[in-house]
Design a protein around this ligand. Structure first.
Ligand code: SAM
Length: 296
């Protein structure tokens, strides 16, 4: 069957009978196999998805890779990367939720965090997409503002560095190649950030790991500092199960979506005082819990 270690949430998703009959970019045999709880993990399905979709191939090689997000964020119907199965995944409700998350959170960050002489640390910030997007929502760069991305993926960081140089922002945004949980990633006391950003990082963690990660995030910021974090809710699997079956069960992305109560529990247990819980959707009922909290 499969060499993948499936998360409990993905195993549950795998028990559902799903209808792929209208997903015309897939051959009929693959549609039938993907819909069948007993066949969707077959090597034939994996060979097809990773062979025909850049998104699946990226996630199969490196789950939770920022590169996949760059395809979805800059989605454009004429982009050769978003045809066929990539187009189906990118245009799905979940692809749209990722673009809405980028839009919503970057506006929030611009309003709340991009202030004079303040520092942001973007934990697992990949290529700095949220910094570049937030630029669209500020009238001018605040004096003395600094944004530091810490990520363990060197290629994403290089991508961000090139973008920063091309835009003339290399004095404002910096990129550090660390596991943010490591001691050596922690800043000196006088270089601690005022604000942390943690987006798309907790999504693959179980509750204990997410709580530890949120505790660690506090060590990167000043006492009383703030965080904006976004993580996937169980609702996402319920409203768009086909996309997640392809991404998680076949593409190798072991997401662990949580209920809102579980998300809030993680923040409380990690010593964050939750100030606001938001959503990427205007009606408040989106795929992500977007949490603004203060370190206590
Ligand atoms: C799904 S991507 C999200 C990127 C970005 N935050 C966004 O939402 O556009 C997750 C990123 O977190 C990084 N990451 C996960 N755990 C990390 C850790 N412990 N230390 C550093 N980077 C980490 C991965 O390398 C990856 O680039």
């Amino acid at each position: 069957m499969s060499i993948l270690q499936l998360s409990p949430q993905v195993i549950e998703l795998g028990t559902r009978d799903l209808d792929f009959s209208q997903v015309l970019c897939l051959p009929i045999e693959i549609r039938e196999m993907l819909g069948d709880p007993n066949k969707f993990l077959a090597e034939k399905v994996l060979a097809f998805t990773t062979g025909s979709s850049q998104i699946c191939l990226i996630l199969f090689k490196n789950p939770a890779d920022d590169w996949m997000l760059r395809i979805v964020y800059y989605d454009d119907p004429n982009n050769p990367k978003t045809t066929g199965l990539d187009n189906f995944l990118s245009q799905s409700l979940s692809g749209q939720a990722l673009r809405d998350r980028l839009d919503f959170c970057s506006k929030c960050i611009a309003q709340k965090f991009m202030r004079k002489h303040k520092r942001v640390v973007d934990l697992g910030g990949g290529s700095g997409s949220y910094f570049f997007e937030a630029l669209k929502h500020i009238p001018a760069m605040p004096d003395g503002f600094h944004w530091n991305v810490i990520d363990k993926d060197e290629i994403s960081l290089q991508e961000g560095q090139v973008r920063a140089e091309q835009g003339g922002y290399s004095q404002i945004i910096t990129f550090e190649n660390f596991n943010f949980n490591d001691k050596k990633a922690l800043p000196k006391e006088d270089e601690k950030a005022d604000f942390a950003v943690l987006i798309g990082v907790l999504c693959g963690m179980d509750k204990d790991t997410a709580t530890k990660c949120l505790r660690k995030a506090k060590e990167h910021i000043k006492p009383g500092g703030q965080i904006l974090a976004a993580t996937l809710l169980k609702k996402a699997f319920d409203e768009d199960p086909r996309t997640f079956r392809i991404l998680c069960n076949v593409g190798g992305w072991q997401l662990r979506p949580k209920t809102m109560d579980e998300v809030l529990q993680c923040f409380n247990d990690a010593g964050w005082g939750v100030r606001e819980v938001m959503s990427e959707r205007k009606n408040g009922d989106g795929q992500y819990a977007i949490v603004h909290a203060v370190a206590e």
